[in-house]
Design a binder for this molecule. Sequence first.
Ligand code: CP3
Length: 356
Amino acid sequence: MTEASSLPSSHPLLDGRTAQSAVVLAYQGVRPQTRPIWMMRQAGRSLPEYRALREGTAMLDSCLRPDMAAEITLQPVRRHHVDAAIYFSDIVIPLKLAGVDVDIVAGVGPVMGAPVRSLSDVLALPDLDPDSLQPITEAIGIIIGELGTTPLIGFAGAPFTLASYLVEGRPSREYLHTKALMRDDPSTWHALLAWTATITGEFLRAQAIAGASALQLFDSWAGALTLDEYLEFAAPHSRAVMDAVSDLPVARVHFGTRTEHLLVAMRDVGATVMGVDQLTTLERANELLGGTTPLQGNIDPELLTADWPELQAHVRAVLKSGLAAPAHVVNLGHGVPPGTDPDVLTRMVELVHEEG
Ligand code: CP3
């Protein structure tokens, strides 16, 4: 692969550590012997060791302390024996690194000092100084030193999802301000998304070069858009993010919730793997995508509190449905809920490894 030269030769994908790992193979459409599994939000509040370590440290500070971010990333790999680590950070970290006034309020989510709603607000957004990415590079260096043959997945929030936090000022169910800005002031909208795409592309690229073996772009809230809205107002900017890393030999996973109507459009911005939530079966997703795209998903997070036989039957159904796709990385349909019993997660990973 000629493009491999853009990663350092000491990168885990190039020096032999992760190239044959089950997750990397499945992301390339090759079915490994055992179905691999990792879980969105595996690093976090479901783990007592996470809560203990986080005690007294604000969420965003913990993301920017390389030793702490590294330790939190590794905790679920040690405990559950998942097949990949997801880098412990947050989609608002590039905003914070650029100097935007943002915080994560416990139980609420990302909250902005002031919402961004006018052209002058957008023009005042600062550039990301590449030196500010140092804590990320340093954390990933520690992580890959410990992970050995287990790949690290880097991630970022897609422009639409990130912009919805900037425009609403806090988590929203309705996206009223976001949709109003999109419709009423499209030039401000596109300027805002172009800015988020630039910093997001830089954040993703830094993670890959520092050692991530795959990247996932979360457009968690894109399902709030119709297909036409998505194509006009979101897709060009998600494509710009994918383009910022498409010269690197790492898989590009794209994920959103309630996005059955957008799956093909989301793949076509430049994703190589599609994440699917629990509202669409993997068989259906595979059919929509034409049978050529490896899939990731989609155990229903709500069933993590069901009786074990019920969860077991559901996991088996997901494994069966995943056989339709060229390859399948098992995951949840969305993140691990905070109150989940970690022993259930460990048992589920064992089940997938035994039967997948
Ligand atoms: O294990 C992992 O998945 C890695 C870490 C990770 C976090 N956030 C840590 C986190 C990842 C991949 C994210 C991505 C993220 N952040 C997304 C996309 C994925 C998704 O869930 O849809 C979004 C939309 C965000 C924004 C965000 N950050 C929300 C909505 C929240 C929840 C607010 C709450 O407290 O309920 C956060 C906070 C957050 N990000 C926590 C964690 C572990 C909880 C904060 C804490 O532990 O105090």
